[in-house]
Ligand binder design. Structure first.
Ligand code: MN
Length: 385
């Protein structure tokens, strides 16, 4: 029986999956139970758990995910071999999935409005399409990294009054987001409806979409973000199964105008997840996921409505999570209003990231036992370029 403190954020109602290794052994699949990692390659007779990513397990499909979750629940409360359980602070965590395609949405009305006001002060904050479809762009799958990976300050072009210059980014920012991992794909030519979300999406991770605002501002017209985003995206090492988030489901904020039929599900739902952003150890914001305008199911329906297939390992992120309050904004550009209103960080006024700064994003949600479950955290330190 694995010891779990009563108030643990990793109780039996969570059971997130990750890829871990111990000294001298290959990376393999484990489940976090309390402050321990249960080695699934050791306790379950299925070769998918001996792999260095969750993809082979995720590809087995929704029925298998349910079976394994049930079996792990039994095992965690029973006698397991001592060598199948490792203290979480004695294992090394790896990128949990082999990322297939990576898409980033823009689903927070508060974030999109704030960015609109900052980038286009003389026009309507929201573009005319924004309330009709979940706006998104394709990111770079190969630069998604696991929490703890240092982020090298990107170099690039940015505009100055004397014309474009090249150099290290001077407005390096964060975006606190939630990411959804596709477990079972869909065939080319067959859209996934809002109501089929659970058949395809395996779980959720925390995402920090590092953003070079000066590079982004110069390059983004007319095709959207490119090098200002593609240098690195960090994700948390534990994938919280969607099954664990049933108790966190909440109604979506009202959508007006009513979306087109393909964006309507039987019962539209959002998620009641509370995030915290720490900058060098100081909490600077508490973004509430429940305020997001577009739901994860609508994002997947939109992503596939043109017939594009989804693949095991696809990652689609929500876009920056910003609530209506000042201290609920998910990016420094909003928290400091474009750098004009610095944050007091341990007595020092600060705007964008400096070398050696560390950002940590964590989150919790209601769990089925009436307590809370945790996502763990995604953190990263800025390295000089
Ligand atoms: Mn983003």
């Amino acid at each position: 029986m694995i010891d779990v403190a009563r108030d643990s954020l990793f109780g039996l109602d969570n059971l997130p999956y990750g890829v871990f290794s111990t000294p001298g052994a290959a990376p393999r699949v484990g489940v976090r139970v309390g402050d321990s990692v249960l080695d699934l390659a050791r306790v379950l007779d299925d070769e998918v758990f001996a792999q260095p990513s969750l993809n082979p397990f995720m590809a087995r499909g929704h029925r298998r995910w349910s079976e394994v979750r049930e079996r792990v629940t039994e095992l965690a409360g029973a006698d397991v071999p001592a060598d199948a359980v490792h203290p979480v602070d004695e294992v090394h965590m790896h990128l949990p999935i082999e990322v297939a395609d990576y898409v980033d949405f823009y689903a927070s009305e508060h974030h999109a409005s704030n960015i609109g006001r900052l980038f286009r002060p003389d026009s309507e904050p929201l573009m005319p399409n924004w309330k009709h479809l979940p706006v998104g762009y394709h990111g770079r799958a190969g630069t998604v990294v696991v929490s703890g990976t240092d982020i090298v300050r990107p170099r690039g072009q940015y505009a100055t009054p004397d014309g474009p210059e090249f150099g290290p980014c001077r407005r390096l920012d964060i975006e606190a987001e939630l990411g959804f991992v596709v477990g079972a794909g869909s065939p080319l030519g067959t859209p996934v409806s809002c109501d089929d979300f659970a058949e395809h999406v395996f779980g959720a991770v925390l995402v920090n979409d590092w953003s070079a605002r000066d590079i982004q501002a110069w390059e983004y017209v007319p095709l959207g973000p490119f090098l200002g985003k593609s240098f690195a995206t960090s994700i948390s090492p534990w994938v919280v199964p969607m099954a664990a988030l049933d108790a966190a489901r909440v109604p979506l904020p009202r959508q007006d105008p009513e979306p087109l039929p393909y964006l309507r599900g039987r019962e539209p739902w959002g998620l009641d997840i509370d995030l915290t952003i720490d900058w060098n150890g100081q909490a600077i914001s508490h973004p509430p996921y429940r305020t997001m305008y577009w739901s994860p199911a609508q994002m997947l329906a939109h992503l596939t409505v043109n017939g594009a297939s989804a693949r095991t390992g696809d990652l689609f992120a929500s876009g920056t999570i910003s609530g209506p309050e000042m201290n609920q904004r998910g990016a420094l550009i909003e928290l400091t209003w474009g750098g004009a209103e610095p944050i007091d960080l341990d007595g020092e006024p600060r705007t964008f990231l400096r070398d050696d700064d560390t950002i940590t994003i964590s989150a919790t949600a209601p769990s089925s036992s009436g307590g809370r479950l945790g996502f763990g955290e995604v953190h990263g330190r800025i390295q000089a370029s």
